[in-house]
Write a protein of this length. Structure first.
Length: 91
């Protein structure tokens, strides 16, 4: 792999990470609007008025969404990089 190819992949990877975080936040926000039971914001883990069960379920849902979006975008970025450079992305 050429040094130029490695230098091109780094900004792509950073942009994918930032974009993925923003996208995951938007997706979670839309899902929370539908399942949040009239709460505008998800429960804060430090707010003891919420049950531990509900805080953990919301955290698990948010983690699932972030993980799926991140893996999807990283995979798409790797495939796009390989399509452009005819080389696999650096590990």
């Amino acid at each position: 792999m050429s040094k130029l190819s490695q230098k091109l992949y780094t900004p792509l990877s950073v942009a994918t990470g930032v974009g993925g975080g923003l996208l995951a936040g938007q997706i979670f926000g839309q899902i929370w609007k539908r399942v949040g039971q009239n709460d505008p914001e998800p429960p804060d883990p430090k707010d003891l008025s919420y049950s531990t069960r509900s805080v953990l379920l919301v955290g698990a849902l948010q983690g699932l969404i972030v993980g799926l979006v991140r893996a999807s975008l990283q995979r798409a970025g790797a495939r796009g990089y390989q399509a452009l450079t005819k080389e696999p992305p650096p590990a």
